[in-house]
Design a protein around this ligand. Structure first.
Ligand code: SF4
Length: 393
């Protein structure tokens, strides 16, 4: 492939320093982008395409294939980038902290995040640089999500305030972002007066905002809080969401957010199999060393609560068994894997993307089927996790 350099003198200097300046205006440049990410560039107006290249792709590199990597804090949201189709488009995620103190035993982020949560060094300064780059390159607005891999309102927030800093930054550059979504198990913190004011300001749609028409046409809010509440009994929460906020506190926090007019999405997520398990011989989750996660009565209560407080919709996905980074499966997940093997028999659980899943027919029969029936009966819209993501505009 042709090497992309700006001038002979610069090329000489860059070779000496071990880097190559990438000429993003060269027509051959698109061919260097990893094909999984190209749909984000292709078909956009030329000015937008160039702005996105400048923001996301390296300006200096020795790599033959380029992937979005350059921003410091406001990252590409691409959890599905390795799929043959890349449907999530231009989206951002700000992982405000590294890791999470909630210690949910099923957490997907344990496959790539350290077990102990921590602050990011120089967070405010790096955020300011990314925000300045969005302005400098005139990047078009896109949805932003806080946070994929950590809870933005976990106890660290009360000491360090990085989520507040991020929300203030988003507000100051509101025209660079479309929908702002926060995902948390601490809605009570989000409902504190200082955060509430920020959320309200982020949700006020100025008529001149580039997404005003899009939001109006879709009937979508400009800000939303997604609250994860998969359990109705505290006993289940304590076992599966080991150190997250209690069920009662989450319910109280959701009520406070709704009373203040903040749009809420309830994530009844993940869904677990329930007793009696259709295994031979018939077993229960407690027989297998696990606490019953979600009885049908629990799901009824959760969906009924969702309707009562007027959430936008509920989100669901079946529980995956994630292999943690640099450690083995926790005891509860080892037990759940044995349950999955029994439920999948004579097939095996499906291993994909670093986690085990039940085969789809088993998922539909035991998990999603009964759940969707309850949602339908209560008149509550349910969206699968991926659908929820790509329909957030
Ligand atoms: S709150 Fe979310 S990110 Fe944190 S441990 Fe639980 S599942 Fe993982």
């Amino acid at each position: 492939m042709k090497q992309l350099v700006s001038t002979p003198v610069e090329a000489h200097q860059n070779l000496r320093s071990g880097v190559i300046r990438v000429d993003q205006s060269n027509p051959d440049f698109l061919a260097k982008i990893d094909p999984h990410f190209r749909p984000v560039w292709e078909g956009r107006p030329a000015a937008e395409e160039m702005a996105l290249r400048r923001y996301f792709l390296p300006h200096r590199s020795r790599q033959a294939v380029l992937t979005p990597s350059r921003p410091r804090v406001i990252k590409w949201y691409c959890p599905f980038a390795a799929q043959s189709v890349f449907p999530t488009g231009h989206r951002y995620c700000i992982n405000v902290y590294v890791g999470c103190s909630c210690r949910c035993v099923y957490c997907y982020a344990t496959s790539y995040e350290p077990a102990t949560p921590a602050c990011k060094q120089h967070f405010a300064r790096l955020l300011a640089k990314d925000l300045a780059d969005l302005e400098r390159f005139d990047v078009p607005p896109a949805p932003v999500h806080l946070s994929n891999s950590s809870d933005p309102f976990q106890p660290l927030e009360l000491r360090f305030g990085h989520t507040k800093c991020a929300l203030e930054g988003l507000l100051a550059h509101r025209h660079r972002f479309s929908t702002v979504t926060l995902l948390t198990k601490y809605p009570g913190v989000a409902a504190r007066a200082d955060y509430l004011q920020l959320l309200k300001s982020l949700g006020e749609i100025a008529p001149m905002h580039p997404c005003a028409d899009r939001w109006a046409a879709a009937g979508s809010p400009a800000v939303q809080v997604e609250v994860s509440l998969a359990f109705w009994r505290e006993e289940a929460r304590l076992f599966w969401d080991v150190a997250a906020a209690s069920v009662a506190r989450r319910i109280e926090g959701i009520r406070a957010l709704r009373a203040a007019g903040i749009p809420v999405v309830l994530r009844i997520d993940p869904l677990f199999p329930r007793s009696p398990l259709p295994t031979q011989p018939v077993q229960t989750l407690p027989d297998c060393g696990l606490v019953e996660a979600q009885t049908l009565a629990d799901l009824e209560s959760l969906v009924s609560f969702a309707r009562e407080v007027g959430v936008r919709h509920v989100v669901y996905s079946p529980a995956k068994i994630v292999l943690p980074w640099r450690s083995g499966l926790p005891a509860a997940m080892q037990d759940l894997l044995r349950v999955y093997r029994a439920l999948a028999a004579p097939q095996k659980p499906v291993w994909r993307g670093g986690s085990w899943r039940l085969p789809r027919p088993v998922v539909e029969q035991l998990m999603t089927g009964p759940f969707l029936e309850i949602c339908q009966r209560h008149g509550v819209t349910a969206k699968f996790c991926m659908q929820n993501l790509i329909e957030t505009i």
